[in-house]
Design a protein around this ligand. Structure first.
Ligand code: ADE
Length: 434
């Protein structure tokens, strides 16, 4: 693994002593006669991190973390703050989730390691990506995909309920993300409007995997109460154990109700009363909500988990019938014969993409990382960070993050990524990357 080529030379100045131990990264000190070749951006940055006073000071006061230049705060949670940052070489914006290690008790540490391991497995256009994990003696930084368009909670609080088509586009993306997670046995357990972020006006990303868990089987029983009470399924208040997928489904029902009405289905002044409302399934859908949407809400907000719609039933519902996804180039095992037939095109795209990343890495000075042979996978390596940022950039350029459209709506060509429909003109209902 090439992450090992960066070594932390001094435990004291952990985050500012990067030494270059590989010849492909090193300054050529032996060649006295000839002028040394121009330094690569990587060589310049790593030299600055060891020798430049300003850069070292920035590293010491937290204005720089690893290869990232840190900017202002954009959010905060119980154990963390979120800051905006830039990758000094790739120049992309990222979100830095900053955790103070001294404030993490054993439970918080367990949740954090689950958050990291869940996110390491996820690569989906509607899930916030984890690019890298940087650790200093006192802090841990999760380097995440930046979603600069705010969250769904603020959007609804500021602008009111969403129109029908917007709600469809948003729910379809959340559903796509949740189906993908459940298919690899990851349960989110904290779906709420605050954790649905926007990268553009219609492209959403599910964020915050701090309560997520991996089950060995979707029928595994869980027993920890997680998440936000207004989004919690009745079995979380009622039963000793619960199944993961129906809990995420219930939260999507609450989210859907919130989107289409601008209000929450279950509201009460006290936790006890809220619990009662949820257990009793006491909610009222305003009569002006479209019939097929009402049917979907009623299918989801059923108190008994076994009676509740499953993700596939949600996908097949009438209300989402007109939603079309542009073909996404997210790498997944082909699951249908049609997708198998597309395998060769996948291969070509993958090669093109890898060539693009290899050439960008080389320009920056990472001469010995070849994405095909040497795909960096260790999240705690700065090579992985730059590699994942470049990979995501290449995928976005190919239209991988394009939001779905509602059939009958006119597409705005300026907002379409290149090749949004390459690979498959999938015009049947809900092609949710499955
Ligand atoms: N707040 C929390 N996570 C974020 C992210 N990934 N991008 C932007 N703001 C955030």
């Amino acid at each position: 693994m090439h992450g090992g080529q960066y070594q932390v030379a001094s435990p004291k100045l952990h985050h500012c002593h990067y030494s270059l131990t590989d010849s492909s990264f090193a300054d050529s000190e032996d060649e006295e006669a000839e002028a040394p070749p121009p330094r690569t951006p990587l060589q310049k940055l790593t030299t600055d991190m060891c020798k430049d006073r300003k850069t070292i000071k920035e590293l010491m006061i937290g204005r720089r973390v690893g290869f990232y230049k840190v900017r202002g705060e954009i959010g905060c949670g119980t154990f963390s703050r979120v800051k905006m940052a830039f990758h000094a070489l790739a120049k992309d914006k990222v979100a830095l989730k900053v955790l103070d290690k001294t404030r993490l008790d054993a439970q918080a540490q367990r949740l954090l390691s689950k958050e990291i391991s869940s996110m390491e497995l996820l690569q989906h256009p509607n899930v916030v990506r984890l690019y890298e994990v940087v650790e200093t003696p006192s802090r841990l930084y999760l380097v995440l995909e930046y979603a600069g368009g705010g969250d769904l909670h603020n959007k609804i609080c500021n602008e009111g309920k969403c129109i029908d088509n917007t709600s469809k586009i948003i729910l379809a993306q959340i559903l796509s993300a949740i189906k993908y997670m459940h298919d690899i046995n990851i349960i989110h357990r904290d779906l709420k409007a605050e954790n649905v972020l926007f990268t553009s006006s219609s492209c959403v990303k599910v964020a915050d995997f701090g309560f997520s868990t991996r089950v060995s089987n979707r029928t595994d029983a869980l027993d920890t109460f997680c998440g936000s009470p207004p989004y919690a399924a009745p079995e979380l208040f009622r039963d000793e154990s619960y199944l993961g997928p129906p809990v995420d489904v219930w939260a999507m029902g609450v989210l859907l109700f919130f989107m289409v009405t601008g209000t929450m289905p279950f509201r009460a002044e006290t936790m006890g009363k809220l619990r009662r409302c949820i257990i009793d399934g006491a909610y009222t859908i305003p009569p002006w909500v479209a019939g097929p949407c009402q049917k979907l809400i009623r299918g989801i907000l059923r108190p008994v988990p076994a009676d509740r719609y499953a993700v596939d039933q949600m996908m097949g519902c009438d209300w989402l019938l007109p939603v079309e996804f542009p073909w996404s180039l997210v790498r997944q095992k082909p699951v249908s014969s049609l997708q198998s037939l597309l395998g060769s095109e996948y291969g070509e795209l993958e090669e093109e993409e890898e060539e693009e990343i290899r050439s960008s890495l080389e320009e920056l000075g990472f001469t010995s990382v070849h994405p095909r042979i040497n795909r960096p996978t260790d999240s705690r390596s700065p090579v992985t960070g730059v590699y994942r940022i470049l990979l995501h950039r290449a995928q976005k350029r190919r239209g991988c993050d394009c939001p779905p459209v509602v059939r009958g709506m006119v597409r705005d060509p300026k907002r379409e990524g290149l090749g949004a429909y390459r690979g498959l003109r999938h015009t049947s209902k809900l092609c949710l990357l499955s």
